[in-house]
Design a protein around this ligand. Sequence first.
Ligand code: FAD
Length: 538
Amino acid sequence: MGITRQDLTIDIGPIPPMRVKVAVMNHVTESSCSIHIAHDVDVVVVGSGAGGVATAVAAARQGASTVLIEKYGSVGGCMTTGGWAAGALDLAPLAPHQFLVAEGESHQTAPEAHWISPLGLSEIPTDTHEYLRGCGLAGEWMARMFDMIETSGPCPNFSNWAERIRYLFNQMLEEAGVIQMLQSYACDPIIENKNSVRGVYVQTVSGRCAVRAKVTIDATANASLSQRAGAPTVPCNREPSMNISIGIGGADQVKFDAFMQERTGTTMWDFDQTVRARQKTSDWPDPWIDEKVIPNINEFVARRFGAHLNRLRPMGDLFRRAYEENGYEAVGWVGDIGRVITLWPWPWQGEAGVVSTRADIDGDVDTLNADHMTMVEHDVRRYVFQTVRFYRKYCPGFENAYVLYLSPYIGTRGGRAIEAEYIVTKQDLIDATRHDDVIHQTYDLRVISNFTDIPFRQLLPKHVEGLLAVGVAAHQKPPNLRYREVVLTMGQAAGIAAAICARQDISPRQLEIKQLQRVLHESGVNLGEPQRVAKLLT
Ligand SMILES: Cc1cc2nc3c(=O)[nH]c(=O)nc-3n(C[C@H](O)[C@H](O)[C@H](O)COP(=O)(O)OP(=O)(O)OC[C@H]3O[C@@H](n4cnc5c(N)ncnc54)[C@H](O)[C@@H]3O)c2cc1C
C-alpha cells in the first residue's frame, strides 16, 4: 500500500553559511516518492504528553483504532521526559462541590484542601482517593497514581515520580489497546482536498512512513502540526515559559540550611514563603541584585522571573564575586533572545543530598523556530553547569555538588498554540463565561477564582478540517489553562470527539456536541452546575 507525495520545495531559510556545506542555492527540490502506510486507523495522536496520552486512551476506549506518535523514546512529555513531575495537582476543578471546602471558597482561601503536591500524595484520605476515581480520566489518573503507593511505597523524589507517571501512562495506553510509535517524528500532515488532514507523515529509524487516520490530533505543545496544515497559530513568543529540570547531587542540606539561616535570619521554608508572597519587593535589599542584575534584564522577563530573582538576594555578594572573578551571571543568556534563571534556593523536598529544581527560560523565544530551540537546548545546559560550579565554589554545603541529571526534554507552558475557533480569555474567567459547547469547567487559580467553561471550540484550529489540538498546543497564555487536570480533560474530550467523528465519518467541526457531552458527563467530568448540565444534555 502506498500514497504518492507531491513534490515539496523546502525553504532552508536563513541558516548561516557555515552550516550549509553542500548547497550553493538556498532550496532543494524533494522528488516525488511513494510512502508506505504503516497504519490506517480512526485516530492518530501526535505527541504523548498528558494531553496526547489522555486523547489516545479516551479514543481507544470508545472503540477507535488509535495510534500515538512520540518523538522521544517514551511517553509523558514534560511530566516525564521533561522531568517536571513536581508542582501540584488541583482537585477542585474535578469536582468543586467536593473539594472546595465551603461555598464560594477558592484555591486562594483554602489551598490545603485540594492542592496536593506529588510527594504528599500519601496524605490524601482514602475516601477522597476513591471519590477521585469517578471524576473523569483526570481523576482516574490521580487515583491510580495514589494506588501505586501500595505497590511502590511513598514517592521519595521527583525523578521517581516522573518514572511512576511514565509507567502509569504506559499501563493505561496498553489496557486501551493504543498502538505506540516511539522515536518517531511526525513531520507533516497528510492533506487531502486542500484543507482536510488525513493523518501524518512520520520519520522513524526505519525510514519515512505514513499513518493515515480519519481524525488527527495535535498534542505537540507547540502546534507544529496545525501550523504545517495551514492553520493559523498565536505566537505567545514573549512568554514561552519553558523549563529544564535539574538534579544536583552531593549537596549537604544541613550545612547549606545553616548558611541560609545565618544570612536570612529565618528558615528556608519561611524565607521561601516571604519571597513568594512579595514577588517584587523583599526584606533582602541587595545592591548587586537591585542595581546590576535586575536592570540588565528586560522588564517583561524580570516580571516573569518575579520570585526567582528575589531568591538570589541573600547571596547577592557571592553572585557579585563570581561575576567579577569568573564572569558568571546568575541570570544566564539564551543567545541574545532569552534569559534563564535557576529556581534556588527553596525548601528541600525529597531525599537528603539531592536538590531537585529547574531553570526557567523566557524572552523572545519562538517555539517553532528551529534555531531558537537549538539555542535554548545548548545554552541552558551550559548555564546549569556554570551554576553548579558557582555553588561548589561559593556556597557552604555545595563543595562536593555535581550535576546529577538534566531533563532531555525542555517543557513549555506557553509558546505557540492554535488560533482556536474560540480562545478563552482572562476576561472570560473573570466573567465566568458559559458556552453551550462546554467540555469542562475550570479556573485559573493564579489569577481569579471563578469557574468558567472550556468550550469544544478551544480545541478546533481555524481553516482546517479533520484536526483537533489539545493541551499546551491549544492554549493561548494567559490565562493558564494548562494545568494537568485541564490538559488531561481536554485530551479526554478530544479523544471521545475523535472516536465519534471517525465512526460517523464527519469532521470535528460537524460534531453534535451533546453526544460528546453525554459521554463526558457519564464519566464524571465536571461540566458545571447540575441543572444547567441537565438542560444541555436534553
Ligand atoms: C515548569 C512547569 C511547571 C508546571 N507546573 C504545573 C503544576 O504545578 N500543576 C499543574 O497542574 N501543571 C503544571 N504544569 C503544566 C502541565 O504539566 C503541562 O501543561 C502538561 O503536562 C502539558 O501537556 P501537553 O501534553 O500539552 O504537552 P507536553 O507534555 O509538552 O507533551 C508534548 C509531547 O509532544 C511530543 N512532540 C512534539 N512534537 C512532536 C512531533 N512532531 N512528533 C512526535 N512527537 C512530538 C513531545 O516530545 C512531547 O512528548 C507545569 C508545566 C511546566 C513546564
